[in-house]
Write a protein that binds this ligand. Structure first.
Ligand code: ZN
Length: 376
């Protein structure tokens, strides 16, 4: 592991772990949730607001930043941290996931992927080497290997071929990454839902050697039950003493279940995207603020939440600004949702430390199931 990075496991509870990942820009408490700052901003949030929710690290998207404003441009402006005014750690993805989702606009070969920009149709190449170069220009703290996110469903043959391509790309990513002082490189396990393919992928990644390991190819439409089946075996195939990152997950219940299966890091657009569509995650489950029942309700969204949306505003106000299309609606609900996610992660970390994760998960799920407070 890069000496500038140190992963310390502090407690275990069943297969769940809690600990700290030290980087040159600060410490990440694990299990950790990383808000997504796609285009050098966590939508509707200032960086200081994101920090106030308790986030230790953000995620940036290589695909979006390489197209606009461009990695070279960001490097010339002092790197992604200075550009977006976030001093803490940043993880960047490899661009692979977004490029693969451009099914009509891309052509994939052994070398990499040629694609057209969704913004202006201009043509670009993304290869393991170019992805490493872009992430170096951005200056992120955690760099992801370039891989193909295997679609779901697919045949076993497709899953095997896709995983083996990703492993060849992982090797090229490692070679192109070199040995920078301030960056760590994570490899990505593929293999769809097949234990033997997941094992082959984990073995290959271990031989190449990475600072951390991600579990890829999940949260792609397989559903929670199948995802948990894969997580019953996939995390344990990865090195015990390195962080394990489940990409693109998820709903609060997904986080609880994945932590219990040995995952340390997560990212998802759900809290911010839902915030912009009037959906709030609370201790009492999901609340749709656009529902007419909130129109005259003077009570806060969640009486036990200390975020600005709950501390200063009524459900009636939050309903009104959503209906009126006011920008503050996205700001307040995004803040609340990120705050709730970080509180959930803090609760999970405390529970693991106390050896009580199962009880914590049960109580949390019972409150979600009981539902929202009764209408007035
Ligand atoms: Zn709140």
């Amino acid at each position: 592991m890069n000496p500038a990075f140190r992963f310390t496991l502090e407690a275990r509870d069943g297969r769940a772990r809690s600990g700290r990942l030290a980087t040159t820009r600060g410490e990440i408490r694990t299990p950790a949730f990383m808000p997504v700052g796609t285009a050098a901003t966590v939508k509707a949030m200032l960086p200081e607001s994101v920090a106030a929710t308790g986030a230790d690290i953000l995620l940036g998207n290589t695909y979006h930043l390489m197209l606009r404003p461009g990695a070279e441009q960001i490097a010339a402006l002092g790197g992604l941290h200075r550009f977006m005014n976030w001093g803490g750690p940043i993880l960047t993805d490899s661009g692979g996931y977004q490029v693969m989702s451009l099914t009509d606009l891309r052509k994939m070969t052994e070398d990499g992927v040629r694609f057209r920009s969704h913004i202006d149709g201009s043509e670009h190449w993304l290869t393991p080497e170019r992805s490493m170069e872009i992430q170096r220009l951005l200056g992120s703290d955690i760099v992801m290997a370039f891989d193909e996110c295997t679609p779901f469903p697919c045949t076993r043959e497709q899953a095997a071929a896709s995983m083996r391509l990703s492993m060849r790309w992982a090797e090229r990513s490692k070679a192109a990454f070199g040995a920078p002082e301030r960056q760590a490189l994570f490899g990505i396990q593929q293999g769809s839902t097949h234990p033997a393919l997941r094992q082959e992928s984990a073995d290959r990644l271990r031989e190449i050697g990475f600072d951390g390991y991600a579990i890829g190819g999940l949260a792609v439409g397989e559903g929670q039950a199948v995802m948990f089946e894969v997580l019953d075996f996939a995390p344990d195939m990865l090195p015990e003493d390195r962080p394990r990152y489940l990409m693109g997950v998820g709903k609060p219940a997904d986080l609880l279940g994945a932590v219990a299966r040995g995952v340390d890091m997560f990212d998802c657009v759900l809290p911010t995207r839902s915030g912009r569509t009037g959906q709030a995650f609370t201790r009492r489950g999901v609340v749709n603020i656009k529902n007419a029942r909130h129109a005259a309700d003077p009570r806060p969204l969640d009486a036990d939440c200390t975020c600005p949306a709950c501390a200063g505003y009524s459900r009636a106000y939050l309903h009104h600004v959503f209906k009126a299309g006011e920008i503050v609606s996205s700001m307040l609900l995004s803040w609340h949702n990120l705050h709730y996610y970080q509180e959930l992660m803090a609760g999970i970390r405390r529970a693991i430390g106390a050896g009580g994760l199962a009880g914590f998960a049960e109580a949390t799920q019972a409150r979600w199931a009981a539902g929202d407070i009764a209408p007035l």
